[in-house]
Design a protein around this ligand. Sequence first.
Ligand code: NAP
Length: 327
Amino acid sequence: METIKEFRVVIIGSGPAGCTAALYLSRANLIPIVLEGMQPGGQLTITTEVENYPGFPEGILGPKLMDLMRQQAERFGAVFRMENLESVDLSSRLFRITSDQKIYECEALIIAAGASAMQIGLPSEKALQGFGVSYCATCDGFFFKGKEIVVVGGGDSAMEEATFLTKFASKVTVIHRREELRASKIMQDRAKGNPKIDFLFNTTVEEVVGSKDGGVTSLKLRNLHTNELSEMKAQGLFVAIGHTPNTSAYRGKLKLDERGYIITNPHATSTTIPGVFACGDVVDHIYRQAITAAGSGCQAALDCERWLTHERITERWDLPAGEEDRK
Ligand code: NAP
């Protein structure tokens, strides 16, 4: 596999955190390469309207926002590649980052790989993924025109998915394991005010019934108060129960917490390995907003730039990158 040595900094992930880090590094003449990952643009590319990103008073479509962020970083030279991370070797410098296409040797690494949708964990859920079970209403909602579907979850994502799905479905039932929703009031009110949305509380999905040929036909449910089982007709299941950080490549290499989030140093984006920085949803399990991810991407770029300067790595590289003698 070809080894590339022309970039001082590799950024893993191309959501708001990765794009913002790329913008700041590029403007500092530290042209990074961004490995975009399985979902270029990150989770915002599978949402619809983003109403809470400052600067867009009328809202903006998630994919459009990410396209603009990427263009802004590219304007200053950042390089984006549609490659997926396979492994990292952080045991010595230069770090070796292996994608599905190339090996990159770099001085510094910014991890902005985001998070992925969580699954309920049922064998039947897994078996019917893509055959009536989905984790992305904006991706798959269109296939459920006129159908009765269920959304599992009680957070903002579940409210957003349910509301969006009413554009297509004849009826949407939100199933939540508790009595109270976790979602913000505005999102709850919007969903509760939608005549196509019903709620079923204190209930879990125990089994998804259906087949790959016929799709989902019903759900087996458990009432957590009475422990009673029941079956409900449904032609689709959307799971919206949160996300898990995309950090498996760093297990045993960087300090992670029990849920897999990367632990950074206090008030910084630096990690347990000097030269490795982390930002966005791989670190943050509290705020998880596009704007907070973008902010932490900026912090990671600034921390990275200062570290490269402090280590005198910047001095050893002549600009433009690629023509330096750094060995
Ligand atoms: P979340 O806030 O963590 O909510 C996850 C929901 O799924 C909770 O209600 C939880 O139940 C439920 N849940 C978790 N595991 C489950 C399981 N195994 N089985 C059944 N239910 C399960 O996640 P989120 O809704 O994805 O939101 C994440 C962050 O993104 C939040 O900060 C949110 O504000 C933000 N967000 C914002 C917007 C927006 O403003 N437009 C849209 C989407 C998300 P419990 O409540 O019982 O724990």
